[in-house]
Design a protein around this ligand. Structure first.
Ligand code: S3P
Length: 180
């Protein structure tokens, strides 16, 4: 099977849904930020602070290209992996791309629940709230997330419901392919 890649802004539930799908489909889950941290022996926030965002995006691109080309994986990239057109093309070429969306207020609530340092949200203009920063970046990135094969709003659905929707969609895709 083509690998499934779950794109989406921070806090849209990529890791949570990824875990459930990996279990249901009996496939390995690859969290690309975790791969970056393991390979670089540095936290993502440290990479941003030491080398800057551009270097992080280069590392992210390299890791994405290596994993996206492999079949039978559930891949959870960082929320900014869609920024490069080249990354979006690699995902589309090799994977079924599912974008997870959520309302900004829900994203704020979810990112405030854990202690992960998120450089993109910390990088705010004076007086800009975290919610305003989320809205700003989300608006910039929305066209990239919308290039997916399937869009899922995770704001009000349980992870089990979302997993079910993905499984139904995958079956439809497989059915359609039989008739091609
Ligand atoms: C980023 C999202 C983070 C991480 C990095 C940059 C982004 O991943 O890759 O902090 O640009 O949106 P998550 O989406 O898993 O939080």
């Amino acid at each position: 099977m083509k690998s499934l890649i779950l794109t989406g802004f921070m806090g849209t539930g990529k890791s949570t849904l990824g875990k459930v799908l990996a279990e249901r489909l009996q496939l390995p889950l690859v969290d690309l930020d975790t791969v970056v941290v393991q390979e670089q022996q540095m936290e993502i926030s440290e990479i941003f602070a030491t080398y800057g965002e551009e270097t992080f995006r280069e590392i992210e691109h390299d890791v994405l290209c290596r994993y996206a080309a492999q079949p039978d994986l559930i891949i959870s990239p960082g929320g900014g992996a869609v920024l490069r057109a080249e990354n979006r093309a690699v995902m589309k070429e090799h994977c079924s791309v599912i974008s997870l969306l959520a309302r900004p207020e829900i994203i704020l609530e979810r990112v405030n629940r854990d202690t992960t340092v998120r450089p993109v949200l910390e990088n705010r203009k004076p007086g800009q709230s975290k919610l305003q920063r989320i809205e700003e970046v989300l608006t910039q990135r929305m066209p990239c997330y919308q290039e997916a094969d399937l869009l899922l709003d995770t704001s009000d659905a349980s992870v089990e419901e979302l997993a079910e929707q993905v499984l139904v969609w995958l079956k439809q895709q497989a059915g359609e392919m039989t008739w091609v």
